[in-house]
Ligand binder design. Sequence first.
Ligand SMILES: Cc1noc(C)c1CN(C)Cc1cc2n(n1)CCN(c1cc(N)ncn1)C2
Length: 422
Amino acid sequence: MVSFTDLFLTSLLAAAGLGSVLPPRIGTTKDPKIGRLSLQQVRNPRAHKAFNGARATYRTFLKYGVPAPDYLKKAIAHIDEEQEEAYARIKRDTGSAAAIPINEVDIAYVTPVTVGTPPQTLMLDLDTGSSDLWVFSSLTPSSQIRGQEIYTPTKSSTSQLLNGHTWSIRYGDGSSSRGTVFTDNFTIGGLEVKSQAVQTAQEVSSSFTQEQSLDGLVGLGFSTLNTVRPSSQLTFFDNARPNLDEEVFTADLKYHATGTYDFGFIDSKKHNGTITYTPVQPSPGYWTHSLSGYSVGSGAFQSSQISGISDTGTTLLYLPTAIVTAYYRQVQGAQNSQYYGGYVFPCASTLPTFTFGIEGARFTIPASYINYTRISPTSTTCYGGLQSSSGLGINIFGDVALKAAFVVFSGTNPPRIGFAPK
Ligand SMILES: Cc1noc(C)c1CN(C)Cc1cc2n(n1)CCN(c1cc(N)ncn1)C2
């Protein structure tokens, strides 16, 4: 038989958050035959603070009506104080920084970062589709620099040459860069990584030279894709992860507006409703996952697993030809132009929306995102934000799709990616 006193003590300790130190709490089942009460205990889920023994002893004095000695009350305060200090010392890092479109059609987004001591500020493209952190630098030939900010390692007291290491990268559009490697302090949005591998460009292709608003890239793909040799280097996220509150970073990219990248936390003010997660295949190193299907305008949703990569460094949405033709079939005057290298249509066309599925959730890309840009400032022909992936060998969920959602890149084990409405 369980006495009233035991029940009282148990409920008192549970209420005091001490339930976690008790054997499991008591559930109740009544046995009609013998009128006995058997109680199965479960943990108090709310008991997350450390145990204060002095407080437990104090309560025992109370329980038996014995005045507690003064030293006991002081002991309770001493233990509480030390526990609070301990919690404060477990510093947990987070960061938050702007994602600024570099031109009027959101061709890419750049984020202010600092490198070195004293800090040198550069505007870099955070790119989940690659894993090299490279910058225009004092080692880049001046003929290849046109207005970009550069990192000068010799001006940083914390820079160190990574002797004998080089890198070379080529992107999907044929643009490329290569060079040498330093380590230095690197921060994004207040989140610092000491001794981050910073790849200094000794050569960049003309398309980077022409992009004066972009001083380099921060690869946020998996570190397996890093091109530094003889030993590959870790991405900023992989270096920061052990100190982050949560092993995540989020992308809140916006149409013709500045959004944010957050590291180490999920800002509930940036999304509405639930985040739908889906598994990520981390090999060979992209954020590879599947869509659960699509629909065009108000058409019926077509369920089908569409594997691809969520890539913040790619401007447009590239999907299988069958889906893309189904979309542009709804657009009067649309055609797949070899001359312009993709689907184009009269700029005055009324475009349908495009909806993609993540598991059971649905995300609709507004027509305006797909009316991407005029072929030229005076042209009446426009280029689509949705294009065929047939030449790429992979489907790419680029910025046109990602800016329609709040996206959580979760470096947990196993990795996963989450999409939420916003
Ligand atoms: C193109 C383009 N994309 O963004 C910008 C800026 C441009 C303009 N262009 C003149 C310059 C340029 C080319 C690239 N970039 N910048 C950024 C990285 N690129 C990627 C990343 C990635 N994950 N996948 C494919 N390419 C290619």
